[in-house]
Design a protein around this ligand. Structure first.
Ligand code: ADP
Length: 445
């Protein structure tokens, strides 16, 4: 087992990884930009190294600075968290070349799944059902027209190199097809440095259902059930729950087993998530995330497994030590992402936290690096806390979540807590009958 792990991230996820390491008796090294010198993950780590100025490009995204920090602190392994370098295959390769273990999948799998076209092909080969779409990049306007006629409107252009919900354009008829195609290409080039786009049939009212998987380096593979992440704003997840209120046992077992089998077929190891759209009883694979997800705690709450601990064990070469039949699901869990944003306009709201009180009590977990007096810098993602609540069933979970949201105090900056308080009292949410468009159309216009 590793003796010291460098955590190449910041905020709540750096803290989350630190906690798992501590419980496993592993020392931690925090890295931070000058803007994060007083951050909680830095304060709690055994050692810390300043790796650059506030700009993420020169700090949390600097491969050289992170590898130097690992070298001088004699770390054995690097955990990338999510975002930043977590899905950068070159970085994973460099980590291994420098003699450290990378706590994640192989660079080969990161690369395969990082390009949406190769990912879809690999998914089809591994037996996953996919959204009907172009076999590769759409190279010309004529091809775009031909494919749109073949699939039928509406269609969606997606950046091959896309991520974070960016680089997507819908076309509803011949009239706006070419404009959507051109804008998608221009935006993809600007956002990802790669203008390649492909086409998918645009599903009208699907749910976003994803399956958490784990694989070890000995061929072991399990799925840890599904999460429903249909509550989205601008294709970004706002609230997630496990299990999905939309699936019956037959559907959840079917998709779980398909995902588990795909892990075996791909020879994939470490944690991963297969994302699907679900409409009219059918699942359509959209992408695989080759890292820990923001919403992993809802899976932890219903399975009792510590996913970061499992990631570390797998990266050290240990076998899973359990098989699918040993995985038990208990109760219901919901996570609210709390962002430092105006709850009406969603404008970022960085600044100093003047008061902070987090809810507690049975079944309540808060993952956050906030504390009274901390400065929320403007340079990074606006998510500052996750409130995760577990209950024996969805109803108990909802009652507890309402209570916990009412207790939560974050002053000095604006947050999306009021949005969540409203959401958990909205009938469609209570009924669990929402789809991926509902939040934008009904709660946040
Ligand atoms: P990203 O990598 O940018 O997150 P995804 O492929 O995961 O992109 O898609 C993000 C979100 O966009 C999905 O959760 C869904 O809301 C929407 N989306 C993606 N593909 C489709 C599609 N074919 N039809 C309808 N909505 C889609």
């Amino acid at each position: 087992m590793f003796e010291k792990i460098l955590i190449a991230n910041r905020g709540e996820i750096a803290l989350r990884i630190h906690r798992a390491c501590r419980e496993m008796g592993i020392k931690t090294v925090a890295v931070h930009s000058t803007a994060d010198a007083e951050a909680m993950h830095v304060r709690l780590a055994d050692e810390s190294v300043c790796i650059g100025p506030p700009s993420a490009r020169d700090s949390y995204l600097s491969k050289a600075a992170i590898l130097s920090a690992a070298t001088i602190t004699h770390a054995d392994a690097i955990h990338p968290g999510y975002g930043f370098l977590s899905e950068n295959a070159d970085f994973a390769e460099m980590v291994v070349d420098h003699g450290f273990a990378f706590i994640g999948p192989s660079p080969k799998h990161i690369r395969l799944m990082g390009d949406k076209i190769t990912a879809k092909q690999a998914a089809l080969d591994a037996g996953l059902p996919c959204v009907p779409g172009s076999a590769g990049a759409v190279e010309t306007e004529e091809e775009a027209q031909r494919l749109a006629t073949e699939f039928g409107y509406p269609v969606l252009f997606k950046a091959t190199a896309g991520g974070g919900g960016r680089g997507m354009k819908v076309a509803t008829s011949d009239d706006d097809l070419l404009e959507a195609y051109r804008t998608a290409r221009t935006e993809a080039l600007a956002a990802f440095g790669n203008g390649e786009v492909y086409m998918e049939k645009y599903l009208q009212n699907p749910r976003h259902i994803e399956v958490q998987v784990l694989g070890d380096t000995h061929g072991g593979a399990v799925h840890l059930g599904e999460r429903d992440c249909s509550l989205q704003r601008k294709h970004q997840k706002v609230l997630e729950e496990a299990r999905s209120p939309a699936l019956n046992d037959e559907a959840r077992e079917r998709i779980g087993e398909i995902a588990r089998k795909a892990v075996e077929n791909l020879g994939y190891y470490n944690a991963g998530t297969m994302e699907f759209l679900y409409e009219n009883g059918e699942f359509y694979f959209i992408e695989m995330n080759t890292r820990l997800q923001v919403e992993h705690p809802v899976t932890e709450m219903i399975t009792g497994l510590d996913l970061v601990r499992e990631q570390i064990r797998i990266a050290s070469g240990a076998p899973l030590g359990y098989s699918q039949k040993d995985i038990r699901f208990e109760g219901h869990a919901i996570e609210c992402r709390v962002n430092a944003e105006d709850p009406e306009t969603f404008a970022p709201s960085p600044g100093r936290v003047t008061d902070f009180h987090q809810p507690g009590g049975m079944g309540v977990r808060v993952d956050s690096g906030l504390y009274q007096g901390v400065m929320v810098p403007p340079h990074y993602d606006s998510m500052v806390a996750k409130l995760i609540v577990h209950g024996a069933n969805r109803n108990e979970c909802l009652m507890r979540l309402r209570r916990a949201l009412d207790e939560f105090v974050i002053e000095g900056i604006k947050t999306t807590l009021p949005l969540h308080r409203k959401l958990v009292r909205t009938q469609t949410f209570i009924d669990g009958s929402y789809d991926i468009r509902w939040l934008e159309n009904h709660v946040t216009d």
